[in-house]
Design a protein around this ligand. Structure first.
Ligand code: A3P
Length: 293
């Protein structure tokens, strides 16, 4: 693990990536999905872990208590494209999952998703988060995670985000690309971090119905309290404290879990630049985000 160095960003088929997510490209492009696999897709820092945990508890929370206390979320829900020396590759972890369904996480932009997921017509849950909070969360993540390029100062990070020079590319392209995919892939549930904060139970109910499960009101209530921020923050199996590449002393993985924290980071001038640029890039009126609730 000591040999892990911060990676360079480079252009990979038109998307900024790092070696940790391209080194295993040929292998993970050939991933063999099963019809009941569930793919959880997000731009980094949009609420991936939260939704992974919800799905994991929805499927396996009742049946296997060992799972909840001894297997970290990144092993229960493997990160398909990750390949880091010294850690098992995400694709291999996914191949070896013995659960049914298998829950698999990806940050890939839609055009990079292995074709087998489409051929097998898998259910996909896409989580999106407003760009301002997503950017702030990403900044703190890059500070604390050695697998990421250096964050640099906030002002330069801000600029890079607008230019799409982030790992997994432009936020704007990512959320739009996945949004359009709904037109051709009906088994895609597109949800928003802000809705999940505002009404966790309601969003879990929608997830449950999308997944063809019939969770009772009581189950949903119990589940929504288990996945509240404070519970997940102190849960070693959810808070990534077991992963040595992350340094929670710099910034914890479960940082704030709020909508609107961008207001503590954006200057007035940055906010104006951001809003002007946003209007130019986000031209589809059907895709709307909330930056406060
Ligand atoms: P912040 O950095 O704004 O706190 P991902 O899992 O995609 O990396 O996203 C991480 C973000 O989701 C972090 O945002 C984290 O705190 C937030 N998050 C994780 N679990 C949460 C929960 N149960 N409730 C609210 N936010 C949560």
């Amino acid at each position: 693990m000591d040999s892990i160095s911060r990676p360079e960003l480079f252009d990979f088929h038109g998307v900024m990536m790092t070696k940790y997510f391209t080194d295993n490209w040929n292998n993970y492009q050939n991933f063999q999905a099963r019809p009941d696999d569930i793919l959880i897709a997000t731009y980094p820092k949009a609420g991936t872990t939260w939704v992974s945990y919800i799905l994991d508890l929805l499927y396996f929370g009742q049946t296997s208590t060992d799972r909840n206390t001894s297997i970290p979320i990144y092993e229960r829900v493997p990160f398909l494209e990750i390949a880091v020396p010294g850690l098992e590759k995400g694709k291999d972890l996914a191949d070896n999952l013995s659960t049914s369904p298998r829950l698999i996480k990806t940050h890939l932009p839609v055009q990079f998703v292995p074709k087998s997921f489409w051929e097998q017509n898998c259910r996909i849950v896409y989580v999106a988060r407003n760009a301002k909070d997503n950017m702030v969360s990403f900044y703190h993540f890059d500070r604390m995670n050695k697998l990421q390029p250096e964050s640099g100062e906030w002002s330069s990070f801000f600029q890079r985000f607008l230019e799409g020079k982030m790992v997994f590319g432009s936020w704007y392209d990512h959320v739009n690309g996945w949004w359009k995919k709904r037109q051709t892939h009906s088994k895609l549930h597109y949800m928003f971090f802000e809705d999940l904060v505002e009404n966790t139970g309601g969003e879990i109910a929608k997830l449950s119905s999308f997944l063809g499960k019939s969770a009772s009101a009581e189950e949903i209530e119990t589940l929504s309290s288990s996945v509240q921020f404070d519970n997940m923050k102190k849960d070693k199996m959810a808070n990534y404290s077991t992963l040595p590449v992350m340094d929670a002393k710099i910034s914890p993985f479960m940082r704030k879990g709020k909508v609107g924290d961008w207001k503590n980071h954006f200057t007035v001038a940055q906010n104006e630049v951001f809003d002007e640029d946003y209007k130019k890039k986000m031209t589809d009126p059907t895709l709307q985000f909330r930056t406060e609730i």
